[in-house]
Design a protein around this ligand. Structure first.
Ligand SMILES: CC(C)(COP(=O)(O)OP(=O)(O)OC[C@H]1O[C@@H](n2cnc3c(N)ncnc32)[C@H](O)[C@@H]1OP(=O)(O)O)[C@@H](O)C(=O)NCCC(=O)NCCS
Length: 161
């Protein structure tokens, strides 16, 4: 697992209340939502979501900081007795290896295996990030529509080691 693209120091740190404003701006981006096949959260929904996330001991959430700037977030959470990882990178920073490096660092920190991820089939960049970090496709299925996610064909990815 390596990437040579990250050209500034990158670290993960605990999400701070002061990060949420910029993380909200990052998550509202229409292109990012189209890519992730997601409906953006309103400001109120976003802050309520993060209030619950930060109060949930089962969630590990990290802010991705590159070159001193908040560049996204990465977290893992429990769903149906599995632990899933998810991440979101600021659009202006795409294609620089940030998601790959952030996931590498996160996998060093989070020992839970298997670790799972769900990715829309159309989201080739995210599938590639997962593959570079050792995830393999476990299944494909149509997801059910939720208020947050439109129905789409998605890949269930799994990391064992
Ligand atoms: C998907 C996302 C996380 C990728 O972040 P990133 O920092 O640009 O990712 P990286 O630069 O580390 O790696 C992207 C990889 O995908 C590849 N890629 C990009 N677009 C691609 C495409 N259309 N088809 C195939 N591969 C693609 C890149 O070439 C790179 O692979 P490489 O290193 O082998 O060249 C980012 O675009 C994002 O946050 N999108 C919106 C939210 C989202 O989709 N979250 C994930 C939900 S599962």
């Amino acid at each position: 697992m390596e990437t040579n693209k990250v050209d500034l120091p990158l670290c993960l740190r605990r999400v701070q209340g002061s990060d949420l404003g910029i993380l909200y701006e990052i998550q509202i981006d229409p292109l990012a939502n189209a890519m992730a096949v997601a409906n953006p959260r309103t400001r109120d929904e976003f802050f309520e979501h993060w209030r619950r996330v930060l109060a949930d001991p089962a969630v590990i959430a990290r802010t991705i900081v590159m070159g001193g700037r908040v560049s996204g977030s990465i977290s893992c959470f429990e769903l149906d007795e599995r632990t899933y990882v998810g991440y979101w990178i600021a659009r202006e920073s795409w294609g620089r290896g940030i998601a790959t490096r952030a996931l590498e660092l996160f996998l060093d920190e989070v020992a839970t295996r298997p670790l799972w991820a769900r990715v829309a089939i159309s989201n080739a960049a995210s599938a590639r990030v997962l593959e570079k970090c050792g995830f393999v496709e476990h299944a494909r299925m149509m997801s059910e529509e939720t208020p947050r996610f439109p129905a789409c064909e998605e890949s269930l990815m799994r990391l064992d080691a």
